[in-house]
Design a protein around this ligand. Structure first.
Ligand code: PAF
Length: 281
């Protein structure tokens, strides 16, 4: 089993004994194949001499008052077994009290990339993410950290944070892992009822449909977005669209007339479950 560390002092002691490359995969647990792929990538980067560290922490700071913090799945024992199966060396799983002093008064504020896309309907979410990720970087001091491209906005914001705050960690983005029907793997898929689960793969199909148009030369973002919504309306009547947008991959600024080498990003509700996905164009 990987070594389990639950306090900051245990973590510091462990870290000061590490001489080789440390690669971090930050998670909130409820691990699925998507996370395991990030860990395999971390293992490849760390090599046989290096160390793969996984953090498991359901970060209260990144959940809004109406969001699923309380019902977010937690099962450390099962997560530890999954970490073991892909060669993780160390798990850092602190309590909220360990991570956040009761009278804490400092957070990381992101002022641009977090105001759009998912950030528009989740105020404060990315500040919570940046705060916890920076704390994890300060505590674990990894050489590299691996994040999934499913949370593309998160990845872009973390890259921006390490650039703007001169954090000496290399950020690596990994491809999204999907179910056999194309639905992006997510801890939230388990909240879908049978009919919602049947319709949810239409998100991926709609993105691919828009990409077909892009591949044949279509560059107008509005048209690409229309193709996406038409497909979803037809094949996923239970959905409610939060947003669909064509944006620059680094700045996340909207691309309008000329959607070259950008990103199509979307968030879609089925009932109260919010799913996200994206496609690089
Ligand atoms: O992507 C996640 O699971 C979380 O946002 C992260 C990066 C672990 C921060 O809590």
């Amino acid at each position: 089993m990987p070594k389990l560390l639950q306090t900051i002092s245990e973590l510091r002691e462990w870290r000061s004994a590490q001489k080789s490359r440390v690669v971090l995969v930050p998670t909130m647990g409820a691990l699925h194949e998507g996370h395991l792929e990030l860990m395999r990538e971390a293992r490849r980067i760390a090599g046989s001499d290096g160390c793969v560290a996984v953090s498991i922490f359901v970060n209260p700071l990144q959940f809004g008052p109406q969001e699923d913090f309380a019902r977010y799945p937690r099962d450390l024992e099962s997560d530890a077994g999954k970490c073991q199966s892909v060669g993780v060396d160390v798990i850092f799983a602190p309590s909220a009290e360990e991570m956040y002093p009761a009278d804490r008064s400092i957070i990381v504020l992101e002022t641009r990339l977090s105001k759009i896309l998912c950030g528009a309907s989740r105020p404060g979410h990315f500040d919570g993410v940046c705060t916890v990720v920076l704390k994890l970087f300060n505590l674990i001091n990894p050489h590299d950290a691996v994040f999934g491209k499913k949370d593309y906005q998160q990845l872009a914001i973390i890259k921006r944070m390490v650039r703007d705050l001169n954090v000496p960690v290399k950020i690596i983005g990994c491809e999204t892992v999907r179910e056999s029907d194309g639905l992006a793997m997510s801890s939230r898929n388990r909240y879908l009822n049978d009919e919602e689960r049947r319709q949810a793969p239409a998100i991926r199909q709609a993105l691919l449909k828009a990409r077909e148009h892009w591949m044949s030369g279509g560059r107008n973002a509005e048209v690409l977005q229309k193709i996406f919504t038409n497909h979803l309306n037809q094949f996923a009547p239970l959905h409610r669209l939060d947003y669909i947008a064509c944006v620059d991959r680094a700045t996340l600024e909207p691309l309008n007339e000329k959607c070259e080498a950008g990103l199509m990003a979307t968030a879609v509700y089925f009932g109260s479950t919010r799913l996200i996905d994206n496609l690089e164009l």
